[in-house]
Ligand binder design. Sequence first.
Ligand code: XUL
Ligand code: CO
Length: 444
Amino acid sequence: MSEFFPNIPKIEYEGKLSTNPFAFKFYNPNEVIDGKPLKDHLKFSVAFWHTFLNEGRDPFGDPTAERPWNKYTDPMDKAIARVDALFEFCEKLGIEYFCFHDRDIAPEGKTLRETNKILDRVVEKIKERMKTSNVKLLWGTANLFSHPRYMHGAATSCSADVFAYAAAQVKKALEITKELNGEGYVFWGGREGYETLLNTDLKFELDNLARFLRMAVEYAKKIGFNGQFLIEPKPKEPTKHQYDFDVATAYAFLKTYGLDDYFKFNIEANHATLAGHTFQHELRMARILGKLGSIDANQGDLLLGWDTDQFPSNVYETTLAMYEVIKAGGFTKGGLNFDAKVRRGSYKVEDLFIGHIVGMDTFALGFKVAYNLVKDGVLDKFIEERYSSFKEGVGREIVEGKVDFEKLEAYILDKEKIEVPSGKQEYLESLLNSYIVKTIVELK
Ligand code: XUL
Ligand code: CO
């Protein structure tokens, strides 16, 4: 079998003091924590589109990336080569999952029938490789945004033909996701949104989106696909306003249309910040709703207003993210998918490995810090104390529904001393820093 990355060794764990760019410093995949190897807590996944398709093109310049599969010129040969490269890449990094859009893995034909046939050939190839590998499918999805037909959206397009095309495309994508034993299926809004309300029937588009998702739920049931359906919120880009803006908006939509039982969320760090939230906020919202399904692991650049999809390197962020995941009970049919791409200037193949290594190390360390925070219960204790006035007296009566405005007025009207505890934000921030340091120092 041809080696696409002959100069890259199998990436091993060398420990926190290693300076080898091709080694893990914090990610020791088989280290058992809480009865489970670290790899199963984190469930890392490669995003096929960024690693095997992104070539460093931007609105101002041509592709920069050097990619070994580009030696193939025939689109089908290239598609098959990319599958071999994916398996070699994952195996060298010890990554056990990948995610893809239908259009990432295979070229399109003239009709959907032809396209589906081409897709089947690549799916066969993936199945073949899976037989002798630990690499599995985390989730599949359909690309309902690149082709010009989707200029006005897919399920929310003004064209019924486009709605039908998108439906048929998702039908096929569900079938192949099932065939490859995908743990989930993602709906990212793509172009489901609007540029201007001057030409948009907002109510009709939302109704159609709900109709579309209901058909997907029904078809999944019909074919016995048991994967988790995931909505991936994003507020803008490519459209000015995306309907799945953030967790709260998407949840209200699902509730309104009676679809909430069938979906969880796939939270992407950079999408959260575009929505004006922290990554932790979106994860927390999903967690308290019981809907934290999976994560698209990346980071944005807060100075830029678009989705830069950078590899995660910020331990503070990954600590807070993994805190939410642990509190949610960990991943079941979900994981950490690196929806991240190397910078245009990082054009060598080795940069693809380094990007993933830094992302994996950053999440492994974040997990370990978060695990210690949860184990010691320091934040829980603080928060419990902060709301302790609701445990007794009038606070308890409020919670138990035993008082109303009049009773509360009678209670407070003549009270001279009003109790208000300090929020101690600075103390908690220093505690978080201490936990990062303590965790690193105690690492073997
Ligand atoms: C776009 C994005 C997508 C989804 C899958 O911002 O994140 O790649 O993850 O369609
Ligand atoms: Co994403």
